[in-house]
Design a protein around this ligand. Structure first.
Ligand SMILES: [Zn+2]
Ligand SMILES: [Zn+2]
Length: 379
């Protein structure tokens, strides 16, 4: 509700400036703190003075006459006297100009921004965790003014443009007629106070840039793209406001042997045809050290040897993923004469030297062709 400034001064709405001045003088003589120490009178004196300040200023008086309140944050246009049927001018302004959810002076002190930093880690580091020292360029509280922004020994003063309200109102013309609009005070950026003597070191912002080194603990089992939050390690806010958070994003370097899927690891083991047929032993450098892999005779392409618990530790549970070794059998190429002769001999001994018969007769064909079962796991 808008304040009834006319009522406070006891004048009619069409009072002349001279009548307004006379009414104010009369009331001020009765209520002035020098002559009337009653606390109630002092409050009335302030009200009367405000009313006079408003009604003696043609621009502010116009705001009052349009249903606004030049002293109230946001104008608080009166519903009753509003020419619009709903809610008053404030709502209209909001509807047309996306007006302020936050009215009144805003604090100079605000929370600082969050910061994001990326670090590259090897698989062994993401798997088992590590600690890293990181250097961040960040905003910290200015030690000279302890965040206040004012030079030591001085204080911010009330803004003379908006009288500390943080916003100014003006009458504008639009297709709806004359309207009262309010906007953040340009002089104080809506804070209601002005730093007349800014701190030399921070220029009044209350914070300065500084390079800081932090130790980040990377837990075991983190994955590429995960972010670790370091609460309160971001930038300090303007006016020495509370700091934001620092996020450290993990980027995992590709491993030369292992592909990671969640907490499972996969790799290929390439075997010559003979080794797959006869069986062999291979050594593999896992995350846990050298492992001996026994390949059974008659191992088929696509077979998977699983090393349980040799994958990445789970981040939020006990236990670890598995390591899957996918068998790839390599058919020999470029056989020399002796090798080819031996292979032909082998084929003859195994009765495998007949050419494959394409097509299948009634009842199932040759048995060389069959439906494809699930292929090797995709990577
Ligand atoms: Zn400072
Ligand atoms: Zn201001």
């Amino acid at each position: 509700m808008a304040t009834d400034y006319y009522g406070i001064l006891g004048v009619r709405r069409d009072a002349t400036p001279e009548e307004i001045k006379r009414a104010y003088r009369k009331l001020a003589r009765e209520l002035h703190p020098d002559v009337n120490p009653d606390p109630e009178a002092q409050q009335r004196f302030r009200d009367v003075t405000n009313a006079y300040e408003v009604l003696s200023d043609p621009e502010k008086r116009q705001i009052v006459d349009l249903g606004g309140d030049p002293l109230a944050p946001g104008g608080g246009a009166a519903g009753a006297s509003s020419p619009f049927g709903f809610g008053g001018l404030g709502d209209i302004m909001d509807a047309f100009f996306g007006g302020g959810a936050s009215r009144g002076p805003r604090s100079r002190v605000r929370r600082g921004n969050d910061a994001l930093l990326r670090i590259e880690l090897d698989l062994a580091e993401t798997a088992f965790g590590t600690t890293r020292d990181i250097t961040v360029d960040t905003a910290v509280v200015c030690s000279t003014c302890t965040g206040a922004g004012a030079a030591p020994g001085t204080h911010p003063s009330t803004c003379s443009t908006c009288h500390g309200r943080g916003e100014v109102q003006q009458v504008t013309r639009s297709f709806l007629g004359q309207m009262v609009t309010s906007r953040p005070c340009p002089r104080c950026s809506g804070t209601g106070t002005v730093i007349e003597h800014p701190c030399r070191d921070c220029g009044g912002d209350g914070r300065v840039r500084r390079r800081r080194t932090l130790t980040v603990k990377i837990p075991a089992g983190v994955e590429d793209g995960m972010r670790i939050r370091l609460s309160g390690e971001g930038e300090v806010g303007p006016g020495g406001g509370p700091p934001g958070d620092l996020y450290v994003e993990v980027s995992e370097r590709p491993h030369p042997v292992f592909t990671r899927e969640g907490d499972d690891l996969h790799c290929d083991l390439r075997l010559p045809m003979t080794a797959a047929a006869l069986g062999t032993v291979a050594t593999l450098e896992t995350l846990d050290g050298t492992e001996t892999i026994t390949v059974k005779p008659g191992t088929q392409p696509g077979e998977v040897i699983r090393l349980a618990g040799r994958g990445v530790p789970h981040l939020r549970a006990v236990g670890r993923g598995h390591l899957h070794i996918h068998i790839v059998v390599e058919t020999p190429t470029k056989l020399d004469g002796e090798q080819e002769r031996l292979l032909r001999e082998l084929a003859r001994l195994r009765d495998e030297d007949a050419p494959a018969v394409v097509g299948s007769g009634p009842g199932g064909g040759t048995g060389l062709f069959s439906r494809r079962r699930g292929g090797r796991r995709g990577r």
